[in-house]
Design a protein around this ligand. Structure first.
Ligand code: ACO
Length: 311
């Protein structure tokens, strides 16, 4: 029981046509995109915090420059994605208001702490690695502005992933204490990284409709499997051990069998009860409030300029 417009719209999706901002779209399509792109933008912005934590403590000037540049890239991705969301008729102010009130989500991963310098390696390697695995297919997503944003973002994310792996190589081949730090970072961030792909397919409420609309190109479990298959050999190359005693190559399926993350923990983090939820959201709200004087000054200046008589 689709309307004629909906049937025509689905036809366009099925022919891999891009949907552009001013074109007709079902309300559910628009809402789903605002939810996903908005959440994605928030993740990039909140995602600056765990790494920002290490900028002042980077071990060398070069490492500090690289980390600064990477964190700035994440800010750029966030702004780029807010622009894409705005083309759907939602304002940036509203998106931020919904983030700050806890109404909109951001990725669960950023509610975990970054305890040592090795975490900068593991975040780049695993977190950005998972992000690319999820975002490369999104370059083909049906909504034009989102798909174009993804092309640029993926280029930068792959650089981020490599810089993380470079840190891991240094640490894993360093002193025994450094290697231990690298292993500890992998131990703590492995399962939270697997959670980034979302709940298992049987519990994913949005996947079926989002895939029919090509807002999502793969299921959560498909991408999680690909991530594990790509990452395990990388861990082996580092001489590190993935913290999963049940991890095993499965010849028949051509991939690894692995343990699921603790889904109770995942849902607790989504509810705001992760190790750093309060700190992360608090930092974003504080930044917004601290910037109020600046926004007020910009508005006052614009008003003054507008009221000046033309000469
Ligand atoms: N963290 C927080 N919330 C999550 C996560 C996660 N890792 N995974 C799923 N959820 C939420 C969903 O948003 C949804 O909640 P909602 O209805 O309140 O929005 C609920 O859990 C159920 O999950 P799904 O039905 O599977 O949701 P969805 O189809 O949106 O799939 C996914 C989740 C895979 C994250 C999808 O939204 C997506 O691909 N988003 C774009 C990529 C992205 O946001 N990446 C951010 C991290 S990468 C980075 O920023 C460096």
């Amino acid at each position: 029981d689709m309307s004629p417009e909906e049937i025509a719209f689905q036809g366009r999706i099925d022919r891999n046509e891009k949907i552009e901002p001013k074109e007709w779209m079902p309300e559910g399509y628009r809402k789903t995109l605002i939810r996903q792109i908005g959440q994605h933008a928030h993740s990039e912005i909140v995602g600056q915090l765990p790494e920002g934590n290490w900028i002042t403590r980077a071990p060398t000037l070069e490492r500090k420059q690289i980390l600064l540049a990477k964190v700035q890239d994440e800010a750029g991705h966030g702004l780029y994605l807010y622009c894409a969301a705005e083309t759907l008729g939602v304002s940036r102010d509203e998106l931020l208001e919904r983030l700050h009130s806890g109404d909109m989500k951001y990725s669960s991963i950023f509610n975990y702490p970054t305890l040592t310098w090795a975490d900068m390696g593991a975040v780049g390697w695993l977190v950005d690695g998972a992000a690319i695995m999820n975002q490369v297919p999104l370059q083909r997503t049906s909504y034009g502005p989102y798909s174009r944003a993804m092309i640029r973002i993926c280029k930068e994310e792959s650089f981020h992933q490599r810089q993380g792996y470079a840190i891991m190589m240094k640490m894993a081949n360093g002193t025994p204490a450094q290697k231990k730090m690298a292993q500890d970072a992998l131990n703590r961030l492995w399962y939270p990284s697997l959670m980034m792909f979302g709940p298992s397919d049987k519990d994913s409420v949005h996947s079926a409709q989002s895939m029919a609309w090509k807002i999502k190109m793969n299921t959560n479990d498909e991408l999680r499997q690909k991530f594990v298959d790509q990452t395990v050999p990388q861990a082996e190359y580092l001489g590190l051990t993935v913290p999963d005693p049940d991890l095993k190559w499965n010849e028949e399926k051509g991939g690894y069998d692995f343990s699921e993350p603790d889904w109770d923990e995942f849902y607790q983090v989504l509810k705001g009860n992760g190790p750093c939820n309060k700190e992360r959201l608090g930092a974003r709200v504080k930044a917004w409030e601290d910037g109020a004087w600046y926004r007020d000054a910009m508005v006052a200046h614009a008003k003054k300029k507008a009221s000046r008589r033309p000469v």
